[in-house]
Design a protein around this ligand. Sequence first.
Ligand SMILES: N[C@@H](CCC(=O)N[C@@H](CS)C(=O)NCC(=O)O)C(=O)O
Length: 212
Amino acid sequence: MRISIIYFNFPFWRAEVSRIALHIGKIKYDDIRVDRDEFMRARSSGKLDNGTIIPFHQLPCLIVDDESIGQTAGIARYCGKLSGLYPTDANLLAAKIDQYIDLMTDITVLTFNAGRDLKPKEKIIKRKEFFDQEFTRKFRMLEEHISNNGKTIITKNFNISDIALWSFVNWITSGTIDGFPKNILKKYPKIQKVFKYVNELPEIKNWVKNNY
Ligand SMILES: N[C@@H](CCC(=O)N[C@@H](CS)C(=O)NCC(=O)O)C(=O)O
């Protein structure tokens, strides 16, 4: 079986969760990175320049043999199953994991859309307001529902949602999102602990060393 993950050449969580799951699971795959120009062509045609189909004209995209699969969460589940980081026979645990990945997807979409069509001055006001209100409301809910074990989102179970959260936190604390302060984690001790636990894993350190 030949696996590829297609995304841009940067470590955004939508692709990182699957790239890192496969890395941890020692599953061989092609880590294909496309530039913006090629993506813009694929966005309009639904195909990469070499003819690879990109369903829904969005990235990330997973290729298994000659089948193309879109959507971050579905790709992450597939890669998680191959890597032992997502259950294949525990439906309730699977649903618990899914809810966190889907929440991160919701917050991501809200973040990209906040103030999107406004002029720069109004945009920054809107984005600060978004951070203070809707983002904080959702992020608090995430904090509230994380386990108290100081390591993982779900008690006794390291899985793709922990990798997604680690990468998601890297993004929101990167200082690159308009209207977001850098010290976001201060008020979120449980999220901080999950981040720290994942950040210290040897496989993650190794990934960071080789890719960032
Ligand atoms: N629902 C999709 C959204 C993916 C998405 O929006 N990807 C961006 C790049 S990070 C993209 O392809 N945007 C172009 C578009 O939506 O047309 C997912 O969760 O994977």
